[in-house]
Write a protein that binds this ligand. Sequence first.
Ligand SMILES: NC(=O)c1ccc[n+]([C@@H]2O[C@H](COP(=O)([O-])OP(=O)(O)OC[C@H]3O[C@@H](n4cnc5c(N)ncnc54)[C@H](O)[C@@H]3O)[C@@H](O)[C@H]2O)c1
Length: 329
Amino acid sequence: MISIALLGAGRIGQIHGRTIAASKRAKLAGIADPMPDGANALSAATGAPVRTAEELIADRSIDAVLIATPTDTHADFIDKAAAAGKAVLCEKPVDMSSARIRETLARVEKAGVKLMIGFNRRFDPNFAALQRRLAEGVAGNVELVTILSRDPAPPPVSYIERSGGLYRDMMIHDFDMARFLLGEEPIEVYAVGSALVEPAIGKAGDVDTAAVLMKTASGKICHISNSRRATYGYDQRIEVHGSKGLLSAANVHETTVSFAGVQGFTADPVQNFFLERYAAAYRNEVEAFIDAVVDGKTIAPNGHDGLCAQMLADAATESRETGKPVKVS
Ligand SMILES: NC(=O)c1ccc[n+]([C@@H]2O[C@H](COP(=O)([O-])OP(=O)(O)OC[C@H]3O[C@@H](n4cnc5c(N)ncnc54)[C@H](O)[C@@H]3O)[C@@H](O)[C@H]2O)c1
């Protein structure tokens, strides 16, 4: 049984707080959020007290901290929690700057604490099963990885302006998935991007429609396709083409019911967005963190994975701006 404090009770914090409280192997020891509404609602639902982040980090009876605050606070909170000897599960991305991530990883290493990064898609039952079969050799040697990831609708431009851009904010998940499936580091990144969905996103200097091509040292190729809009819902699909065949994971629909008639086939919409689509993944992620802290299992994805995904996002951002492929070492 471990005692975990939650920092940030916004959209994702509400999910993580309830997951910790529902776990048989963890206790939600406290919730910190300067905006009282979210913290109080979560406290009422779970029975955990609302305290300040400083109090929770200083409390020696608490073993671990889950950081679900805005991205620009992550690195500072990781530093403080690590210095207090606590294990950390931090939402993605670690920080907007790779240099800052390196500083934090050095502090975490010095403190000797465990750090896990919230790349939840590794814990999606479908994608996890695909990766397991890949690792068992079902598809042979990986040759081509295709990751399709499209949101139902763009966020407000005020969010875009602070997001670090599509490659760091949104495609970061796909960079981690690419590394998870390729089993080898990409060494070259070529990115294109356009603002086709929302002109204000283009005016803010970002893109809402993007594709990236990456190549590993042995020649494996990965293609990532992102859009901030998909009229049919949250589009999350993966294909891995290998020497022995194709592994693919399709979208998850609201129900499995379909209709066949004279005009063809219809199915229910796909699950609308991440809170529904990745509900199981968020639970499995927190359980994996508890496994690592309680049973000493290897932590993955770790801080190094956070840094590597960020380096690919940085390379893609540079490639889009310069129009040239960028080498990554
Ligand atoms: N893995 C995923 O699928 C996923 C999904 C959504 C968000 N995220 C990440 O989670 C983080 C939070 O995103 P969100 O959508 O929940 O944002 P949000 O704005 O809904 O919630 C953030 C919360 O943190 C609180 N907060 C701000 N400063 C704080 C502080 N100093 N101490 C404690 N609480 C503080 C805010 O008041 C807010 O309630 C972001 O880094 C985002 O990238 C990840």
